[in-house]
Design a protein around this ligand. Structure first.
Ligand code: HEC
Length: 147
């Protein structure tokens, strides 16, 4: 059997198609990391630029009462809408940068909206307010086990 130049070309094209499919699948797999909804390290490491602002917590509380309270409730327990309990150590143990990133990007498939349109300094203020929510006992593991 003789191999014609166009057959060689077809084999080359076929392997290029296969290679790009393999790359596409790898790209899809790398997206699966986002489903764990963890802040990228550089976002988590950002210091809170509002940490020296004495008004931060009060401003953050106002925003929280307007934007977050329907799901997370006034004390942060989040029971009404099965939202995360923001008093839990699993949340309070995260860095300001990580919480800022979560508030900014949301996790829509799990019901947490993205608040990227809220002024950046006010998102940092909200994080400072979140620190005032008291630690919870009990069902923290269960309620924040969505991840
Ligand atoms: C429409 C309901 C809803 C609103 C409004 C909402 N959240 Fe959430 N939030 C959720 C849900 C549901 C989750 C859990 C998502 C998950 O498990 O992936 C969540 C998760 C979170 C988390 C992550 C908790 C963790 O375990 O890491 C933080 C922080 C948070 N919300 C803060 C806020 C703040 C601050 C606001 C207001 C600016 C807000 N949320 C508004 C529903 C809401």
């Amino acid at each position: 059997m003789r191999i014609w130049p166009h057959e060689v070309a077809a084999v080359i094209i076929a392997s290029m198609v296969l290679a790009s499919m393999a790359l596409a699948i790898r790209a899809q797999n790398s997206k699966a990391v986002d489903e764990k909804w963890e802040a990228p390290p550089e976002a988590a490491a950002k210091p809170n630029p509002e940490s020296q602002n004495p008004e931060a917590s009060a401003v953050g509380r106002k925003r929280y009462m307007r934007l977050c309270v329907t799901c997370h409730e006034e004390d942060g327990n989040g029971q009404a809408k099965s939202a995360a309990d923001l008093r839990c150590a699993t949340v309070q143990g995260q860095s300001d940068g990580a919480l800022f990133w979560k508030i900014t990007s949301g996790n829509l498939t799990k019901g947490m909206p993205a608040f990227a349109t809220v002024a950046e300094n006010e998102r940092w203020d909200i994080v400072i307010f979140l620190r005032t929510l008291k630690g919870a006992e009990g069902d923290c593991e269960k309620k924040n086990g969505a991840k």
